[in-house]
Write a protein that binds this ligand. Structure first.
Ligand SMILES: Cc1cc2nc3c(=O)[nH]c(=O)nc-3n(C[C@H](O)[C@H](O)[C@H](O)COP(=O)(O)O)c2cc1C
Length: 240
């Protein structure tokens, strides 16, 4: 597990909030996220991998829930769920989504917006087979987002599947797998500064169709940097 960066440890051992400004923020927001994620994993927080995922219903109503981040790299942000859940139904109709991480002990928030697609069946299989057997049986037995008559019914399904797959590998249910969020906008927020209450850095992908994308920022006080997309044009992007 990664260590907290040196700047974040006071001699007393207490965590000191690192500054976020144009000199310290990394150019690549994915690398910036990974650095902060490593810090959060090294802290005593329960579930630093938890993120609030917001999707939108067909009639334009947002809905949000916590899911766990399983992979974050230049390809995107991966989580796993039930493909027949409410969120999956919403994603099928509108792939745009937003996630938010809040790492309270470090006074940090990261907001990411982008679009979701399913990952390959092979990647889902690989991850599913790495999970504890109990989690595999649970995934097989829980009809997510659906009303079930009773807790006893859930336990009956669990027991049935335990017996069915005794002494053999549990197959990944066809309705369970991963999504990847391909990011187009990031905001990094750091609280606890002495001179002003917060600092944040926002950037968006400058991907024109058919061109490889980069990230661009510009300054908007008190948000010291904001990035725009060449595909959208600065006037189309909200500044807050
Ligand atoms: C700490 C925590 C972690 C969770 N992780 C996941 C997860 O990785 N995948 C998932 O589908 N649901 C996860 N859940 C449950 C979801 O928040 C949600 O209740 C469920 O997915 C149904 O959401 P939906 O009806 O909007 O589809 C988690 C809940 C908590 C509190």
């Amino acid at each position: 597990m990664a260590q907290l960066s040196e700047e974040m440890k006071a001699p007393s051992g207490e965590v000191v909030v690192k500054d976020l400004d144009e000199r310290t923020v990394l150019r690549d927001p994915i690398q910036q996220f990974q650095a902060w994620y490593r810090d959060s994993m090294s802290s005593a927080m329960i579930h630093p991998d938890a993120m609030a995922l917001a999707t939108v219903s067909p009639d334009g109503r947002p809905s949000a829930r916590i899911v766990l981040l399983k992979r974050a790299d230049e390809k995107g942000f991966v989580f796993y769920t039930n493909y027949e859940s409410r969120k999956a139904g919403e994603i099928a109709r509108n792939s745009f989504a937003a996630v938010v991480f809040y790492w309270g002990e470090l006074q940090r928030q990261v907001r990411i917006e982008g679009s979701l697609t399913r990952i390959s069946a092979e990647e889902s299989d690989e991850y599913f087979s790495s999970r504890p057997r109990e989690s595999q049986i649970s995934a097989l037995s829980s009809p997510q987002s659906r009303v079930i008559p009773s807790r006893a019914e859930l336990e009956r399904l669990f027991g049935e599947n335990e017996r069915r797959f005794r002494d053999q590998p549990v197959p990944r249910p066809r309705n369970w797998g991963g999504y990847i969020l391909k990011p187009s906008r990031f905001e990094f927020w750091q609280g606890g500064r002495r001179d002003c209450t917060t600092a944040s850095s926002t950037c968006s992908k400058k991907t024109a169709p058919g061109r490889s994308g980069g990230w661009r920022r510009r300054g908007v006080p008190p948000v010291f940097a904001i990035c725009t997309s060449t595909a959208l044009g600065p006037k189309d992007l909200p500044l807050h």
